[in-house]
Design a protein around this ligand. Sequence first.
Ligand code: SF4
Length: 382
Amino acid sequence: MSAPAIQTNWELADEVFGILLHAWRNKLPPYDNVVRVQGPKIIPKTFPWGSTEHARFLKLSCFYMKGKIDSGTALIALSQLYDREQWMFEPESFEHLNGNSSELRSRVFDSLSKNGLSFDALNVSGHWVHNMHKLARHWDGNPVLFYKNAETYEDLCKILFRRGKRTGPEEPHGFFGFRHKMASMLTWFFEDAGIVKPPPYPVPVDFHILRDLVSTGILYVDSTQPGTALSINRLSREARILTLKYCQNNSVETLELADALWNLSREFCRDSPSNASSIAEKYEARRTRITEKIVRWSKTEETRYFRTCGRCPIEKKCQWAIPSANYYVQGLVVIRGKRQKPLDLFDQSGISLPFVPSLEKKPPHSEKEEKVNDLEQVEMFN
Ligand code: SF4
């Protein structure tokens, strides 16, 4: 039986995106305390903003803009690595490999491992050497040249994606770690830094973006109900189409829409009580047990709710709880059920009452909840 088609509610998207963009532009919750991972608070001060060195750093940072790692922490470590081991970021170090890269790979591996970037260091070190070699050999060490050769987003994808045999060192095209999300991510970073004026492109679609779109019902299937599991690939494709068209039709910069969508899920939704889970310590790949954390509306849960959903600009549009656990463990977006609200938020008719809490600090988390939050952090834009 074929999976039900993913559908898009364009009117709702217009409404929700409009509300979020307004909040983003005016630094309203959830955007009042956002620290952007690609911003000047994190990026090294030792190269000029907008320089070729900056562009190379941003391209390498894409290795860490993915699931199962906290992107902000990784980019701080990468910035420190830049200041300690600049040779790793210079194309000259990789230009004359002549096919034998094992020594260089192990130097890169050691440097990553010793500088707080041991996560997936074996793969990253190989990809790092391959990509830097290709950049040095075919692109004058300058990733901004990709955009001189790309009139459209599709052109850019052709340059970046690895496809069949067109990936070896002789070929200018094909970089490890780049599919649609990273093509958008790189473009987003470059546009944000004022490095390029890119062709129209979709937001970098990851779990956070999909959670926003599915929890509101902007992306849906006819039979949507608790337990519905949706394919990431199909959802992602529809999310790219939607965000690209929305930006083009409304003269909105992808830059802004990506910031608004991504930061909503990272700042608020991941701490929403309805999205919490715990995962069995016994690892069994996609069969690893995921347990829903039943919301009992303890003081902690209420406080969490008031700090997140209770201050969310699209609270009235958001219907479904979408935990991250199923995405990272099973590779699915699963609709857990209706997003829950504390009972005292309702009057007799079930209509939610306004609540504007003033909570400066996050409450301390229990050890179990901390585990859950770690899981929620595992991605950007992943
Ligand atoms: S209501 Fe809560 S879960 Fe829904 S979008 Fe807002 S913060 Fe996220």
